[in-house]
Write a protein that binds this ligand. Sequence first.
Ligand code: AMP
Length: 280
Amino acid sequence: MQTIPTLSEMQTQAQALRTQGRRIALVPTMGALHDGHLSLVRLAATRADVVVVSLFVNPTQFGPSEDFSRYPRELESDLAKCAAAGAHIMFTPGVEEIYPKGYSTYITEETVAKPLEGVSRPAHFRGVTTIVAKLFNLVRPHLAVFGQKDAQQVAVLKKMTADLHLGVELVIGPTLRDADGLAMSSRNRYLTATQRADALAIPRALRRAQEMVAAGERRVDRLVAEATHLLAQHRRVRVIYAAIVDRDTMEAVREVRPGQTLLAIAAWVDEVRLIDNEIL
Ligand code: AMP
């Protein structure tokens, strides 16, 4: 496995791989890797000749009061985990090269990015679309792998890729969960055991909604009421949103269309912000 820290080296390498006719997969991450990330690396390895994992804590997707400076950084163990999972290239650009002094160009998706996360984190997706477009230009992947854990991110990136004719296939990996049901996240490490016990209300609410839909319930008001009720029983949990939306547009719907609708939940568990979702 090779580590590439500079943009020029990455561009040269991408050009060489393309010339050799090799199929390139990109897995963008912010590091602090867990098995959820590594499942995407393994998925990428089944679909391409060369797997590039980017490690970059992207400052532009963090709000002013968010955890950019204390976001966990663990380069050495991330590299070892990616090597074991089948990555070929680790792209580790520096923030000064990605956003040099005077940097002023951003990409915004203006519809799918607006609700849900867009309400409480207004600049978040602008940062995500900008960094992903830059990574696509630098790595020139044939395909890029993202996790369904960040369902709105998936929808926004699909829209951007189509709208800008980027020609990158997006492959989506399922959400990996710990044995207790909590979706794996780099932020779970901030939870104490009691906070984690309360956080489990989130996957429970999602499962309950899935069960209700499996039993024939289609009414969004009833499903959301039940999910909200389950979450409200835990005093450390403060719901930011619990919404049933179309999985592509993120628009609120009144009725579940099985397979096309998802329940998305964001909640504070004390001071830790968690998101999760399931397709209904
Ligand atoms: P992040 O480092 O948090 O930006 O995540 C990098 C990629 O990993 C994104 O495509 C996420 O959606 C994905 N990801 C994060 N958590 C999980 C998980 N529990 N299961 C699968 N993919 C995940």
